[in-house]
Design a protein around this ligand. Sequence first.
Ligand SMILES: *Cc1c(COP(=O)(O)O)cnc(C)c1O
Length: 469
Amino acid sequence: MRYISTRGQAPALNFEEVLLAGLASDGGLYVPENLPRFTQEEIASWAGLPYHELAYRVMRPFVTGSIPDADFKKILEETYAVFSHDAVAPLRQLNGNEWVLELFHGPTLAFKDFALQLLGRLLDYVLEKRGERVVIIGATSGDTGSAAIEGCKHCENVDIFILHPHNRVSEVQRRQMTTLFGENIHNIAIEGNFDDCQEMVKASFADQSFLKGTRLVAVNSINWARIMAQIVYYFHASLQLGGPARSVSFSVPTGNFGDIFAGYLARNMGLPINQLIVATNRNDILHRFMSGNQYVKQTLHATLSPSMDIMVSSNFERLLFDMHGRNGAALADLMETFKQGGGFSVDDERWTETRKLFDSLAVDDAQTCETIAEVFAQSGELLDPHTAIGVKAARECRRSLDIPMVILGTAHPVKFPEAVEKAGVGKALELPAHLSDLFERDERCTVLANDLKAVQAFVSQHGNRGKPL
Ligand SMILES: *Cc1c(COP(=O)(O)O)cnc(C)c1O
């Protein structure tokens, strides 16, 4: 399988190279040159497979040529064995033909574990073979950091540095990062905000001289391997609800458009999907595009669903690429227009075509809390604020009651106690068994000034399992 850039200029890469790459050298994102397509018979024959076996069948074509089948199988078996629910991604019924796909039974209680548990293992496998080491520097406002650290903590060949804004992440989220120890794990609290952290990561990718030749790898959702891992659970949910004979719809709490883009790919790979709903919070650039063909940057608002607080949606470029007939030059122009003026619309026909599959809704904090309370009263299920936004959007945008509607349950409610409290459901939140002593554990974290040079000096001092690079 070969991967090409959405901006058409960077060289095509194989899977192994794309795993180790961040942005393409032309500023674009990597996508498969040709998407694999499965027949209905093939998909139907996967019904009842354990999650890791299904994952093997769905993802195998993407890694062919880079990872031998037997090795890939073993990696997947190990990856999904760490999930605490036997079904890995169980479906729970909320209402008539309405389901939540629980993606929060991984080590850090959010769906990001599905991809980052796999990414860590894939990196270690590939690096071992090449005899190389890499450094990861990532910025987090919460979920990504802990999932990335959990995913990489056993990696022999990876040193991971996660930057979070000092005193600006929730206590659960901070502790999920800072209580994980290892000589290759480094938590840095920056005296600044999330944007400051993200800027430092970008600047470090742009000039890597401080790494003395060690390669820098991206763990944010622009990494293709993350998208790839998320395709699997769309097949998994559909197969349990009568697919592929029957079509299924999905509502996806969305920020950077990684998770829902995986659903779009599942459909293009042959899975019958009737409708994909983009559910956003008040940071609604994607809703404004889907409802009015305006992709325009606005200011950032802090919400009760912080993992969806974005101004620009990085993976949306991957959909735009397909919308423009995979014309890299056209995309490069469009993204330049966006950079210059902060917005664009696309041709009417392209937008109308996209809307055949996608619907959208923006849900504010008050509606989020109302939905948490409403669902709790109806079914006794306690939703996290991100999932609640997905439920609200599903109920508003649903096209057919006969088609099963699956809402992606992206996080466990215990991660976001503020929203649950505001919803006033009066149910105590309990940490799952493997995290029950989280608040008693020791923490390890370095506080650094909001200063790129200081951060880079820290990385080069500790980037080789705690020793200098
Ligand atoms: C990351 C995250 C999202 C958004 O996913 P994208 O792939 O960025 O659209 C939604 N909910 C939770 C809980 C998350 O951690």
